[in-house]
Design a protein around this ligand. Structure first.
Ligand code: SF4
Ligand code: SF4
Ligand code: SF4
Length: 251
């Protein structure tokens, strides 16, 4: 089921190709938005994968209906699990922002964007923007065999260094330019450090990993020259800011 999203996580599932088709031997797909006309009837489901954020009143209605109709509900991807890019609005005067975009905004829903688990009970999460489709497969087969599904807690740094990528957090040895703002040390691995492969810093789309030293990492970023405002702006890109703030407040 897709709420408000770019549908990239649904595409990631279809990108499985034959491995996606193989699933039809074991499961019946009763609804898949990308493969059919949008249907507003929510069928009874053993497992429902929900992509996207709750942005409109329609989304709010649908997610409650989905929860009632599904034995197991899985938050699929960053938009569903962490509020995604939509959550940026929460920090920047939402009313003003909507007026700037739409001008006449009276009839446009403008709720605070919440992580899905703050709206309904979520049984499992597949993180990432987009998801790692192999994690999706692993979850499906685990559920079919009644095996508990877990993503092993390890930071993106581990996968980055195992692959021998240059650490972009370190100052450039040639120019002495300060390191980039990489969140790899505190973010859940499983994406094979794909951004670092292209020398892009990790912006945290998979969320905090269990055991992350959040305070230490934020302090380090400040020490190498980033202001708190700059750090917050980066944390907002993938809906990470509220999770970091909740983590700090819980200590
Ligand atoms: S998590 Fe990323 S890829 Fe998936 S629906 Fe949201 S924006 Fe698209
Ligand atoms: S993930 Fe970022 S901080 Fe970690 S080793 Fe790679 S570049 Fe350095
Ligand atoms: S490196 Fe970071 S931002 Fe890039 S896919 Fe992995 S978790 Fe997401």
């Amino acid at each position: 089921m897709g709420l408000t999203s770019c549908e990239g996580c649904q595409f990631a599932i279809m990108d499985l190709g034959n491995r996606f088709l193989e699933l039809f031997k074991d499961i019946e797909i009763v609804q898949f938005r990308l493969m059919e006309e949008e249907v507003f009837v929510t069928p009874k489901m053993d497992i429902c994968f929900v992509e996207g954020s709750v942005v409109t009143k329609e989304n709010q209605k649908i997610i409650k209906e989905i929860r009632k109709q599904s034995d197991i509900l899985v938050a699929l991807g960053n938009c569903a699990s962490m509020g995604g890019i939509h959550q940026i609005k929460n920090y920047h005067q939402p009313q003003k922002m909507i007026q700037e975009v739409y001008f006449h905004s009276n009839k446009i829903d403008n709720p605070e964007i919440l992580d899905l688990e703050k709206i309904v009970k979520v049984d499992y999460t597949i993180p990432g923007c987009p998801i790692n489709n192999l994690e999706f497969l692993k979850l499906v087969y685990s559920l079919l065999q009644s095996i508990d599904f877990k993503i092993s807690p390890r930071p993106v740094c581990e996968e980055c260094q195992l692959r021998g990528y240059d650490c972009v957090l370190m100052p450039d040895p040639k120019t002495g330019k300060k390191g980039q703002m990489c969140f790899g040390p505190i973010i859940q691995g499983g994406c094979e450090a794909v951004c670092l492969k292209s020398n892009m810093p990790c912006q945290g789309c998979r969320g905090l990993y269990k055991g992350a030293q959040v305070n230490n990492h934020l302090k380090h970023l400040e020490e190498i020259g980033y202001s708190r405002q700059e750090i917050n702006h980066q944390l907002e890109i993938y809906g990470l800011r509220n999770d970091v703030e909740e983590f700090i407040n819980s200590k």
